[in-house]
Design a protein. Sequence first.
Lengths: 265, 262
Amino acid sequence: MGSIRFDKVDKVFGPNTGGVKVLDNINLEIGEREFVAIVGPSGCGKTTCLRMAAGFEAPSAGLVSVSGRPVTAPGPDRAVVFQQFALFPWKTVRQNIELGLRNKKLPTGERADLVAGALKLMNLEGHAEAFPHQLSGGMQQRVAIARAYVLDPEVLLMDEPFGALDAQTRVVMQEELVRLARVNPRTVLFITHAVEEAVYLADRVAVMTRRPCRIKEVLDIRKIRQAENWDKHARIEDVMDLESFVHLRTQIWKSLREEKVANVV
Amino acid sequence: MGEKALSLRERLAWGALGLMLFLGLWTFLSTSGIVPSQFLPTPLEVLNRIIRLMTDPFAGATLPQHLASSFQRYALGVLLAAAIGVPLGLLMGWFRLLDNIITPIFDGLRFIAPIAWVPFAALWFGTGIGGPVMIIFAGAFPPCLINAYRGARFVEPRLIEAARMLGTGNARMILEILLPDATPSIVAGLRVSAGLGWQSLVGAELIVAAAGVGFMMVQAQANVATPTVIAGMLAIGAVGMLIDVLLRQGEGWLRRRRGLEA
């Protein structure tokens, strides 16, 4: 299992045409099997952080490393779940999940077992031969998560994975992800602009400010979650009702809000 | 005006009206003496000529035989253009270096009309099957290449990122990601290729061939057998239309199979 480390990372877009600094001195460490969420306003560069960990973009300064190795290119050790699913429309659910395993040159039998396991894990049994366009948004995102999980990656990078889903589906998927995290804990970097989602899912929440974006503070949720025993509640709405949850959520909201006011003034 | 969709029956009716006007004007011009009748035969003369050409050979073969001979060259030229143009276009769409090397040459060459290749086609490949095939190839190749290239270049970037994240290598990337995503564009290119190929074919046969519809027309022109020339023109138009209709059907079938709107 892997770790992710951002070490004095800057990112400048269009350095040859004046340049916009979108990330300023990002320092963040995500330990093994730790679930860290970055929350922040739109356009604050949180997705850019994830894309650098994935290897889609390179930092302008500083270092992004996964399990101690500097990130240079995308690879199956860093599985990404995209906001817009990014499933291959001409491939069935099974073929979508299987592609990464074929690239790893696993034998057919082993692939079939792993795909069957991933389908079961994400409650997709019976949809293996369907094409993405025949599935709802929530189901499509289950496929994308299965496609990432089946690779057994060092880290999971989730870029607002539930941002394109309706509110009801979103809640189901959030509960599902918590269930997954218990069955099979992973190192996760989770990007979202939804504060509640971050507090509900993450071990730690990093609050990001507007341009040039810095990490303002990092809140540890674990102690409170354990002390207040959030996990005994199966339903997200029960957790969200707890005083300790409300308190944390408000604290992060304030943190984000001070940021906005400061910018306006 | 012009917004309401017409029913099939209405469209057929208007189409028939257009055809009748065209035939009427043609008959008027050829019978009134405005155009000398040996320069413009009447529609009836042409029709008789077509019926005769079905069984009586002209310039060594009947009209169906000439058509078959033309079609053989045509199919060979278009298939060759697709077999080279589509893979090359996909490769250029993926490998930037190849794109940088080939695009400048190609951008120059593609503006040379297929007919301009006639002297070299005849020199290099002769007037049998090779010469005309090369000219058809010259006409059909650019759309094959351009559409495959554009299709590959405009693949949804997220899909390429997803494939790279999954560890997909170059060969699989081209075959399983770029090719399927570019297929609608490639098929549209093949339709254009098929049309341009058919147009170039006749041009090619006017000069280099010993059989085929174009050859028949040249021979007829030399004998001032104008009804035969027009018969050849009509045959070319009809076959060209047929090819386009068939490819359109194929394109619609493919899109429906993909779950895209036709």
